[in-house]
Design a protein. Structure first.
Lengths: 321, 190
C-alpha cells in the first residue's frame, strides 16, 4: 500500500475490545444464572424457604453480574457521560436499543427475585436492614412464589442471553458475526456459564444449604448443554465453510491462523468443552458427588466461556475475508 | 422535491494526486490523525505483464440502505432528507456500533468529540452555499462528478447514462450512492 494517502490507522477493523467480550460473558452468565435458579426452584419441593443454596447463588449472581457488565459497558463508551441518551432515545431497528429495553425489564425483575430469596438477610439480619425496611412490605406482598414474575424473569433471561448474540450477528461487515447460529450459541454458552457459576458460588458460599440432589441435577444439565455448544460450534463453522466466498475463507482462517486459532482450540475447545466432558466421564462417573472435582468442573466451564466470547469478538473482527 | 445526492468516481480519470484528500481536510478542518477521504493507490500487473495502477476512493459511500443508521441506538446516525448520511454528535453515546457495522470502513472517531464522523458531501458547509463538495471542486482531472439523482437533467445523471458504473459491495444490498467507473483495464474487484 502506498502511504501517500496518509495514515491508515483509522481503518483498523478491530473496533470493539475486551470490555465488550467481558460484558457479553457477564450478560450471558447473568441470564444463565437466573434460568438456573428458576429451574432448581421449580423442582417439586424447592418452592419454599429456606431456599436451596443453589437457588440463592443463581438469584444473587443474576443482578450482580448484569450490573457489573453494564458498568463495564458504560465506561467503555467513548462518551460515557452521555450514556443516559441510550435510555431515552430508541431506534427499534437497532439490537442495542432492543437490548436496552429488555434490560429495563430484566434487571429490576432480577433484583426483586433476589430480594425474595434473601428476605431475612435484607430486612432483618443484614447491615442494611434498617435502610431497606420500607421495601419489606412490597416484597412481602409479592409472596414467595410469584408465578408471573418468575415466568417473566425466565423469558427475559432467554431474551438477554440471545440478544448478546444478535448484537454481533446484526453486523454484516463481519462474516463470523453474521451467522444465524451465533445467538443460539451465546444462549447455550450463557446457560452453561450460569449453571457453572451457580454451582461454584453455591458450594463456596452457601455450602450447608446446598442439597446434593439439586447439585446433581445442575451437573447433569451442564453435561447436556456443553456438548450442545460443541455441536453449535461445529455447525457454525461447517455451515460457513459451505457458504462459499468470504465466509469459506473466514471459517478457515479463524480456525487455523495465528493466536486466535490457539485460543479456539486450547481455550474454547480444550479447556471449555473437552475438560468438563472428561471430568464428567471420569471423576464424576455415575454421578459421584466429589466436591473438589465439581468445583474444578465449574471453573473450567467458566474459563471456556470467557475464551469463547473473547475468541468470537476478536477473531470476528480480525478475519473479514 | 427532496434531492438525492450522489457521486461518481471515475478511476480512469483519477491520478491519485490526493488533492481531494487535502481539500477535504482543509474544508472540514479535520484533526491531524483522521481522514474523511483518502485515495488508495494499488500497483497492478495485468495478464499480459504490463503494469498499471488502481485508484480506490476510500470514503463514505452514502448507502440508501444504511447499516450504520440501522444499528445506531439513539438515531445519532441518520440519513437526512437529501439522502446524505450524517452524525448528530449531541445524540451520540460513543458505542461505536456504527463504526463496526459499516462494511466500507468509512467512519473514524473524532479525537476531539470522541464521536464517530465521516464524509458529509460537505453538506453543512459548501452544499448549503450552493457549491459542490470540496473534493469535486478541486479534482484536476474531473474524476469526480457530483449531483442530484432526482434531477434527470443533472450532470451526474448524464454521466451515469454514458459510462459504465458499479457500486462497491453491491451484494450487501446497501445500494451506495457512490458510483465507480471501473478501470478499463483488468478486472473489477467490488
Amino acid at each position: 500500500m502506498n502511504h501517500i494517502a496518509g495514515s491508515l490507522e483509522q481503518y483498523s477493523t478491530l473496533i470493539w475490545h475486551w470490555p465488550i467480550a467481558v460484558y457479553l460473558f457477564l450478560a450471558g452468565l447473568s441470564a444463565g444464572a437466573a434460568m438456573t435458579s428458576l429451574m432448581v426452584k421449580w423442582i417439586e419441593g424447592n418452592n419454599k424457604a429456606p431456599w436451596d443454596g443453589l437457588i440463592k447463588a443463581g438469584a444473587l449472581l443474576a443482578p450482580l453480574t448484569i450490573c457489573l457488565g453494564l458498568f463495564l459497558l458504560i465506561f467503555d463508551l467513548t462518551r460515557p457521560l452521555h450514556f443516559w441518551k441510550l435510555l431515552i432515545h430508541y431506534n427499534f431497528s437497532s439490537v442495542m436499543t432492543l437490548g436496552v429495553l429488555g434490560l429495563f425489564i430484566y434487571t429490576p425483575l432480577s433484583f426483586i427475585y433476589a430480594a425474595i430469596k434473601f428476605k431475612p438477610w435484607l430486612f432483618e439480619t443484614g447491615p442494611f436492614a434498617g435502610l431497606l425496611k420500607p421495601f419489606k412490605g412490597i416484597i412481602d406482598s409479592i409472596g414467595d412464589n410469584p408465578a408471573w414474575l418468575e415466568r417473566t424473569l425466565f423469558l427475559f433471561a432467554v431474551i438477554i442471553g440471545i440478544y448478546t448474540g444478535f448484537l454481533l450477528s446484526a453486523m454484516y461487515s463481519y462474516p463470523l458475526f453474521n451467522t444465524p447460529l451465533l445467538p443460539i450459541l451465546f444462549l447455550a454458552s450463557g446457560l452453561s456459564s450460569g449453571v457453572a457459576a451457580s454451582i461454584l458460588f453455591g458450594l463456596l458460599f452457601f455450602k450447608s444449604e446446598v442439597n446434593q440432589k439439586n447439585a446433581k441435577y445442575l451437573l447433569e444439565l451442564d453435561l447436556r448443554v456443553v456438548p450442545m455448544e460443541l455441536l453449535l460450534l461445529f455447525a457454525l463453522f461447517v455451515g460457513m465453510y459451505f457458504q462459499g466466498g468470504d465466509k469459506t475463507l473466514v471459517a478457515i482462517q479463524a480456525l487455523t491462523t495465528g493466536v486466535w486459532a490457539y485460543v479456539f482450540w486450547v481455550g474454547v475447545i480444550g479447556i471449555g468443552i473437552a475438560t468438563p466432558l472428561l471430568i464428567a466421564v471420569t471423576a464424576l462417573k455415575h454421578h459421584a458427588y466429589r466436591v473438589g472435582y465439581i468445583l474444578l468442573n465449574s471453573v473450567v466451564v467458566l474459563v471456556g466461556v470467557v475464551f469463547l466470547r473473547l475468541y468470537i469478538l476478536y477473531a470476528g473482527q480480525t478475519f473479514i475475508g | 422535491m427532496a434531492k438525492k445526492y450522489a457521486m461518481i468516481h471515475d478511476s480512469n480519470l483519477c491520478i491519485g494526486c490526493q488533492a481531494c484528500n487535502v481539500a477535504c481536510r482543509s474544508e472540514n478542518q479535520l484533526p491531524e490523525s483522521v481522514y474523511r477521504l483518502q485515495v488508495w493507490i494499488k500497483p497492478e500487473e495485468y495478464p499480459n505483464g504490463t503494469l498499471g495502477y488502481e485508484y480506490h476512493r476510500q470514503s463514505c459511500v452514502h448507502c440508501e440502505n444504511t447499516p450504520c443508521v440501522n444499528v445506531c441506538p439513539t438515531h445519532a446516525s441518520f440519513k437526512n432528507e437529501d439522502g446524505i448520511v450524517l452524525v448528530d454528535v449531541d445524540l451520540c453515546v460513543g458505542c461505536l456500533y456504527c463504526v463496526a457495522a459499516c462494511p466500507y470502513q468509512a467512519r473514524y472517531v473524532d479525537p476531539v468529540t470522541k464521536a464517530p464522523n465521516k464524509c458529509t458531501f460537505c453538506y453543512e458547509s459548501r452544499l448549503s452555499r450552493g457549491e459542490e463538495p470540496a473534493c469535486v471542486t478541486v479534482c484536476p482531472t474531473e474524476a469526480l462528478v457530483f449531483g442530484d439523482l432526482n434531477d434527470p437533467q443533472s450532470k451526474i445523471n448524464t454521466v451515469l447514462s454514458e459510462r459504465v458504473t458499479y457500486q462497491q459491495k453491491e451484494r450487501l444490498g446497501t445500494n451506495p450512492k457512490m458510483f465507480i467507473v471501473p478501470n478499463h483495464k483488468g478486472g473489477i474487484k467490488s
